[in-house]
Design a protein around this ligand. Structure first.
Ligand SMILES: Cc1cc2nc3c(=O)[nH]c(=O)nc-3n(C[C@H](O)[C@H](O)[C@H](O)COP(=O)(O)OP(=O)(O)OC[C@H]3O[C@@H](n4cnc5c(N)ncnc54)[C@H](O)[C@@H]3O)c2cc1C
Length: 314
């Protein structure tokens, strides 16, 4: 019996039927790079996530959690384990409190909350991916981060327990959380929004969407900013944009195979059509080396690399 069969045998029949084999990761990631994942499991609720996780642990298969795949570089060789897709879409609003499943599209949630007269999340308009991915990575832009709105969440721990956590338990930091580092999966989220000025919030949303359209590859395959901005030189100072340094070293003209730097944003790699993971890695290395050689600083990836057999991402 193969290890994949052992995994499938550990699942109840209904869940087993949902598992897909050999799904190309290029179809599950916005950069559209990556070979087949051995097993892809959509979890529509916390209990399904728990069952998939338990079966992966017991069968000894590596494990990776995927939301919208908008911040991930998968490998051409694929992934030899279980990819769990957080797929729950439920959303309920009571007063100014929103409870939503982590698989809901983040921008879809923003649009829905504004339609319901709730403000707060408009700053993040246009960020691709899921609510869970946004929380796990503390997504942010235009001076705000999602952490400002989190009250509590249902989380699957690395040990396989479903637990409720509060905002302080996330260990939020710039573009990351201690919770994600520990291998926990965000499954449901409770957010505190406001009954604010919806008209101006909608205007802000439209302005951000237009700004993204002008500056970001909204239609081309990409994974957003490749490198993290640099820590401020002094406490309380501003982060230095990695894109500004990359611009000065001529990154916008760099290309490796079909992986190229986006002409309007020096910190974004786009797939011109048939880029492989090797092309993308080589291009990212050139970008980092050029900045290191000129400015003496080493850029760190914001994008997460999914290695072929690892159950922890870099
Ligand atoms: C055009 C473009 C613009 C972008 N602009 C921004 C921006 O302005 N600000 C910003 O912060 N980001 C931006 N991003 C990056 C990306 O969209 C965000 O990081 C997004 O929140 C990732 O969500 P996801 O569901 O796609 O996560 P994925 O890409 O699927 O996963 C990213 C990481 O989070 C983990 N993860 C995913 N879901 C969960 C979960 N439920 N529980 C635990 N871990 C999980 C994965 O294992 C992986 O390590 C942009 C990306 C693109 C392509």
């Amino acid at each position: 019996m193969t290890v994949e069969d052992r995994f499938l045998n550990l699942l109840p029949g209904g869940l087993r039927a949902c598992v897909e084999r050999g799904v190309p990761l290029r179809d599950l990631t916005t950069l559209q790079v990556g070979g087949p994942a051995a097993l892809v499991c959509p979890a529509h609720n916390p209990e399904q996530a728990r069952r998939f996780h338990e079966a992966a642990l017991r069968s000894g298969l590596p494990w990776f959690v995927l939301g919208g795949g908008s911040n991930v570089l998968a490998d051409d060789r694929g992934f030899s384990g279980v990819v769990m897709r957080v797929a729950g879409q439920a959303c309920e609003m009571r007063g100014d409190v929103v409870t939503a499943a982590a698989g809901l599209g983040f921008d879809e949630l923003i649009a829905r909350t504004l339609r319901a007269g709730l403000t707060g999340l408009e700053f993040a308009s246009g960020i691709p991916g899921t609510l869970g991915g946004a929380l796990a990575g503390n997504a942010g832009c235009y001076g705000h981060e999602i952490r400002e709105f989190v009250r509590q969440a249902t989380v699957l721990t690395g040990d396989g327990d479903l637990v409720q956590v509060g905002c302080d338990d996330f260990g939020f930091r710039y573009r990351g959380t201690a919770l994600r580092d520990a291998g926990s999966v965000v499954l449901e989220v409770v957010l505190q929004l406001s009954h604010g000025d919806v008209e101006s919030a909608c205007e802000e949303r439209q302005a951000h969407l237009a700004d993204r359209l002008a500056k970001h590859p909204v239609h081309e395959p990409s994974a957003g900013s490749w490198f993290r901005n640099l820590e401020p030189a002094e406490p309380g100072g501003r982060r230095q944009a990695a894109g500004a340094l990359l611009e000065q070293v001529g990154a916008k003209a760099m290309r490796e195979g079909d992986a190229a730097v986006f002409p309007r944003h020096a910190n974004i790699i786009v797939n011109l059509g048939r880029a492989g993971s090797g092309d993308v890695r080589r291009l990212a290395a050139r970008m980092r080396d050029a900045v290191r050689d000129r400015f003496g600083v080493t850029l760190e990836e914001e994008v997460r690399y999914l290695d072929p057999a690892a159950d922890v991402v870099a």
